[in-house]
Design a protein around this ligand. Sequence first.
Ligand code: IMP
Length: 428
Amino acid sequence: MPGIVLIGAQWGDEGKGKATDLIGTKVDYVARFNGGNNAGHTVVVGDESYALHLLPSGIISPTATPVIGNGVVVDPEVLLEEIDGLESRGVDCSRLLLSESAHIIAPYHRVLDKVTERFLGKHKIGTTGRGIGPAYADKINRVGIRVHDLFNAEHLHDKVEASLHQKNQMLVKLYNRRPIDVDQTTDELLKLGERLKPYVANTSLVLNKALDEGKTVLFEGGQATMLDVDHGTYPFVTSSNPTAGGACTGTGVGPTKITRVIGVSKAYVTRVGEGPFPTELFGEDGEWLRAQGHEYGVTTGRPRRCGWFDAVVNRYASQVNGLTDIVLTKLDVLTGLKEIPICVAYSVNGERHDDMPTDQAEFAAAKPIYETMPGWTEDISQVHAFEDLPQTCQDYVKRLEELSGCRISVIGTGPQRDHIIQINSLID
Ligand code: IMP
């Protein structure tokens, strides 16, 4: 009954798509459990590159069944566009299962995401503008619309009306915008629902049965630990739980079914949007990392903020997720550096912190305490055994492992599927 959770250990964009794809060929189900089309994975298969936002990376695998769990917020238009795009390139999406309990991102959520960000001014979060926060807010406020609501016109109209009642007052009176029409919104959602119907299922039941039958399920997290609404750098976070616990609530599978928790980390750190980032580099080094690592968002195209590896973040991720393995990606990006700094602790107002401060004012004031390791110049993309890496490269990885408090089981050495070093198997 292997239940494997795969999450981001930093601020997102760690290369989870590649890791999912790597183990996706050996699993029966790949289930997304949080977030929505704010995520973006690039999966490279042969010469083809796929940019996915909402669909689980397992959609590319010919054997796994892709699942969108109840914890995901689904923009029906985006999902259908993504399905059409893949089908036109010969990728069969008919196996997709969509939870009937997942919440819908309606057009008004996208409008609200943009206007509230503008209204926040200097306090803005730097969201992806996809309506994620407003859709989750409706879920918690109990005025959300779920997938199964799309199949009953009267019921849906009632729900849209309830949801828009207060929002239209806000849009008109506070944000100086036009009100959103209930009838038109209901009709649009009904049409989209018709097209989604073939994919809809009781995914909690499907996944539990699969696990009971000894099948392997990979639970794929969107975003990452430091963007978790509870455990991340609040308020500069997303509105869901991308940490390992979210895999259970976001799919309806109990914690006793989880056998592995794999965290994906870059060999350095990136972040998009606002919020504190202790190891951020502003000068030439930051530009160099961005250029070498092609650090531009898959979803928004925004340049990512870049910095050195932060071991405090990774230790924290090991702790809050209960990590069993780390997949270290993009090690090749660091090739050519004479020396590589690693942040081992923070100095906060002159005091050393080895652990993550929970007070966000302290985290915002944290200055990295660096240890410096020698770099390497050799091309590592064709190396497939850890022992064949340059000695300084091995030492760098070993030090990251020691500081993170979790073993590094896979190393990414380039963008292609076979650019990896596998130290431990990710499946029992
Ligand atoms: P939202 O999820 O669109 O509400 O954005 C909230 C914060 O999470 C912003 O800082 C976004 O840039 C960040 N964010 C959301 N999704 C991702 C992702 O997949 N990778 C990296 N950052 C993300």
